[in-house]
Design a protein around this ligand. Structure first.
Ligand SMILES: Cc1ncc(COP(=O)(O)O)c(C=O)c1O
Length: 396
């Protein structure tokens, strides 16, 4: 049996996804397909390294070794054909903290920070919590695929924006941006003197016909104006271990970022995060290749299934990530009714599209990083709820 087929019970493991359903969705009896982690075990080699470390039994302060840095440098080279220097690497306890550090480092109160909605909602929280001004350039849905609205983006960037936070690949719309698109964005940022913060946490899970391009790889000029964030957490299901990397080729920008970490007393890191990152980047490549195939098959399966059985829900084209964006506008619900339909009629816990900002109303986000058996069960539950709805509508 394919290792990703196995259903692993995650209840009572303190996990957000399955243990907080009652608090978040109001009931416990749901299939959980919301928060962006996976129901799969991390690669066996990562578990083995962690087990060995646990067995050692001494968990004191831990530093970053040459082999830790080499694992990151080699990962970037092997997966993206991108050469990075050891000096460019800064570690942080997560990407959301890193985004907050970047906002605090490079902008002042009231400064404008731009995002492209619908987008990962902690971007707004980070901007608002730091009392910066949120600027939005909404993405365009063209047929079943999203695109950037370049005329609008340029108009917005030209009005004293200090920073842009790019999501690449994009959560929740599933785009793996093409080089031409990234180049255009990065050049607009250069032209209007906007610092480009690129969240590339989803860069590893990219489907077969696509390729992830790290923003700083495009040109050295662009590299000097970019702060780029990566992590093994989405890729290898290590989010609970709190480790991520920020790549800052520009010496001055890097020093400023490091000063923020210094002022917060943030140095070293979580021992298990450090061990897991190194093991995952050293040994996880073929596991990841198998994972991508499995997720892509889940996507193909659901796309076909929904087209055949649930005509009023449209599957948005997915080029990477494991987060599917569902266009449910044809169901003609209010957002509250839509959310309630998924929870109370279909028995499913998905993310409410409206939380991803402008352009999210009428949409839901579904996490496909689960076994196909669970996915099939979810789709059967959704079909029953949908057929009941259609029947009620036709007899009204
Ligand atoms: C685009 C994006 N950035 C960041 C994160 C979270 O990063 P972290 O857990 O490292 O703070 C997520 C998680 O879903 C995400 O989708």
């Amino acid at each position: 049996m394919n290792k990703f087929e196995k259903i692993i019970c995650r209840k009572d493991t303190k996990c957000y996804k399955w243990d907080y359903l009652k608090e978040i969705f109001g009931r416990n009896d749901l299939l959980s397909m919301w928060v962006a982690d996976m129901d799969f075990k991390a690669p066996a080699k990562v578990i083995e390294v962690l087990e060995k470390r646990v067995e050692h039994g001494v968990f004191g302060y831990t530093g970053l070794t040459d082999s830790f840095y080499s694992s990151i440098i080699n990962w970037m080279k092997n997966r993206f054909n991108w050469h990075i220097e050891k000096d460019w690497i800064v570690t942080t306890p997560g990407i959301v903290p890193a985004i907050n550090f970047a906002i605090q480092t490079y902008t002042k109160k009231q400064d404008k920070v731009l995002v492209q909605t619908p987008v990962y909602y902690p971007f707004f929280k980070s901007i608002n919590n730091n009392k910066r001004t949120l600027i939005n350039s909404e993405l365009l849905l063209v047929s079943d695929r999203y695109e950037m609205n370049f005329p609008d983006l340029e108009r917005q960037l030209s009005h004293d924006v200090e920073m842009m936070i790019l999501c690449s690949p994009h959560n929740p719309v599933g785009r793996v941006w093409k080089k031409t698109e990234l180049q255009k964005v990065a050049e607009l940022c250069l032209k209007h003197k906007v610092l480009l913060v690129s969240d590339e946490i989803h860069s590893d899970v990219v489907f077969s016909d696509n390729q992830h391009i790290p923003v700083p790889k495009i040109s050295s000029e662009i590299a000097k104006n970019s702060i780029t964030m990566f992590a093994p957490s989405k890729t290898f299901n290590l989010a609970g271990l709190s480790i991520s990397t920020v790549i800052i080729p520009n010496t001055e920008l890097r020093q400023q970022f490091k000063n923020t970490l210094l002022k917060l007393g943030l140095h070293g890191g979580n021992l298990f995060g450090i061990e897991a990152l190194e093991a995952a980047y050293k040994y996880g490549s073929s596991w990841l290749d198998q994972l991508i195939l499995y997720i892509e098959d889940n996507y193909k399966f659901i796309k076909q299934y929904i087209k055949k059985n649930i005509a009023k829900i449209k599957v948005i084209q997915m080029e990477g990530t494991y987060l599917l964006w569902l266009d449910c506008r044809e169901l003609k619900f209010t957002q509250k009714e839509l959310v309630s339909f998924f929870i109370n009629e279909a028995g499913l816990a998905l993310n409410d599209g409206d939380t991803f900002g402008k352009g999210g109303k009428g949409f839901m986000r579904m996490n496909l990083a689960c076994s196909r058996r669970l996915l099939k069960q979810a789709l059967e539950q959704l079909t029953i709820a949908y057929n009941k709805l259609e029947k009620n509508n036709s007899t009204r």
